[in-house]
Design a binder for this molecule. Structure first.
Ligand SMILES: [Zn+2]
Length: 220
């Protein structure tokens, strides 16, 4: 079960604390008139299965897309194609690339958590699991979308900038890295799509295994 917060447990002093020029902003104190109204449970079995299947399909889609981009940027790759791709990638290399990608992916989320909260987010890594989180914070919808898309945007952009300048061997590694990063962001895509389907004036909190949306109980 997810550990959902109890919105009524605390009575924060001022609802104005999150309003700057009448606009919502990130806060650690949920405004008094805000209540939980929607939650996306990321442990839902159907969602997890769907997410994994889609993630595997996305490996092929992004792999094809990024390899195509690399081939456009360095036309000689067209001649060598997939042969290089597989010849230059050993299992240790692939594993190392995956570890690096996971690290950079979470650091990208962390960077945007920090940008919007100015507080150091929680970051954790081990062999099976990596995360970046700011569990005490409520973010606006726009901020939450940017936090979610940060790894795909930043790492893909950096990769595309680097692609024309690197060797063929590095190109194959870079394409693999970009593919793993983008396909591995399937959970982020689902969260972002769900968040975009919510009303604009909400606050969102990442609960780890769920994302919760809060909105004002009444119009002011
Ligand atoms: Zn992510």
């Amino acid at each position: 079960m997810t550990d959902l917060p109890e919105p009524l447990q605390a009575t924060p002093p001022e609802s104005e604390s999150v309003l700057e020029n009448g606009r919502l902003q990130a806060t650690k104190i949920l405004p008094a008139n805000f209540t939980l109204f929607h939650s996306l449970d990321l442990t839902n079995r159907k969602l997890v299965i769907g997410m994994n299947v889609t993630g595997i399909l996305l490996l092929f889609v992004f792999g094809w897309l990024f390899w195509g981009m690399a081939a456009l940027l360095t036309p000689q790759l067209f001649l060598l194609q997939l042969q290089i791709f597989f010849n230059t990638l050993s299992i240790p290399t692939v594993l190392l690339i995956i570890v690096l990608v996971v690290l950079l992916h979470e650091l990208s989320h962390a960077l945007f958590f920090w940008l919007f909260s100015r507080e150091r987010p929680k970051i954790g890594f081990n062999l099976l699991y990596a995360y970046a989180a700011a569990p005490d914070w409520y973010f606006t919808r726009r901020q939450f979308v940017l936090i979610g898309l940060a790894p795909v945007l930043l790492i893909t952009l950096a990769g595309f900038i680097a692609l024309p300048w690197v060797s063929v061997v590095t190109t194959a590694r870079l394409v693999l890295a970009l593919t793993v990063n983008a396909a591995g962001a399937i959970g982020d895509f689902i969260v972002v799509l769900w968040v975009l389907g919510q009303p604009a004036n909400i606050l969102l909190r990442d609960e780890g295994t769920a994302v919760s949306a809060y909105k004002a109980a009444r119009k002011q």
